[in-house]
Design a protein around this ligand. Structure first.
Ligand code: FMN
Length: 186
């Protein structure tokens, strides 16, 4: 008996070269990264502060997410390990042509003029490096005034609000993974 399926097992996330990179001060972005990981079938995830350049350069697809802590800042909006990484590491990496999907975590009620601004910074800097960004989403269902994570009336990725809408996060993550698949991200 020859098992013809032996060598045709479905491609794993690692084989496809996908990884989630996040950073987190009080655990919310890590929690959300876990929802995304689970929705994607246990995608690997790591704090961006622990990533090596070789690892990042070896991936096909990056899912990147940040909280916003530096309200109203132009640069280094996250207040986490992303801030250094984006301005001292990313400029030296070969990431041109990689697929990127962005997520943000913020508080639309208390920081409604700057909701998830750091996600906009991720979008801007990865785009400027020649990455192709997938997974834009509608701003419907959010109650903010302004966000640097909005381009042409859409969010540049998926935004989460663990302070006011934590009960929506897991479903949002699932729907987004479905969207990314339909867009050919993976
Ligand atoms: C001092 C302070 C500043 C903040 N600034 C913003 C902001 O400008 N925009 C925003 O959307 N959220 C802001 N937040 C909310 C955090 O981004 C939010 O609580 C997030 O879930 C934190 O994620 P973390 O636990 O992964 O660090 C701020 C929170 C604090 C305490």
């Amino acid at each position: 008996f020859v098992n013809t399926h032996r060598y045709t097992a479905s491609t794993t996330a690692l084989e496809a070269g996908v990884k989630i990179y996040y950073s987190s001060s009080t655990g919310n972005t890590e929690q959300v990264a876990e929802y995304i990981s689970k929705a994607g079938g246990d995608l690997p995830m790591d704090d961006i502060g622990d990533a090596t350049n070789e690892e990042v350069e070896g991936l096909d697809c990056l899912i990147v997410g940040a909280p916003t802590w530096h309200t109203g800042a132009d640069e280094q909006r996250s207040g986490t390990s992303w801030d250094d990484w984006l301005y001292t590491t990313l400029p030296n990496l070969k990431v041109e042509g990689k697929k990127v999907a962005v997520f943000g975590v913020g508080d639309q009620q208390s920081y409604g003029d700057n909701f998830c601004d750091a996600a906009g910074e991720l979008y801007d800097l990865f785009s400027a490096k020649g990455c192709k960004v997938f997974g834009m989403t509608s701003t419907e269902g959010y109650d903010h005034t302004e966000s640097k994570a909005e381009v042409d009336g859409k969010f540049v990725g998926l935004m989460f609000d663990e302070d006011n809408q934590y009960e929506l996060s897991e479903e949002r993550a699932k729907a987004w993974i479905g969207q990314l698949k339909s867009e050919g991200f993976f």
